[in-house]
Design a protein around this ligand. Structure first.
Ligand SMILES: [Zn+2]
Length: 52
């Protein structure tokens, strides 16, 4: 089950929820460590936001 768990973890890493509008923004693997803009409201979504 560890492979499944780590796959789930990396999937979560590539999904960032916008705190402003609640949109779940998909993040490309290349942009994983970069701040991306929300597709709906352009709010900046910094990396590792879900850990705070
Ligand atoms: Zn947003």
């Amino acid at each position: 089950m560890w492979a499944f768990y780590s796959a789930l973890q990396s999937a979560l890493d590539l999904l960032r929820k916008c705190p402003k509008c609640g949109h779940k923004q998909k993040v490309r693997l290349l942009d994983k460590n970069k701040t991306v803009a929300c597709a709906k409201c352009s709010n900046p979504l910094p990396p590792n936001g879900h850990k705070l």
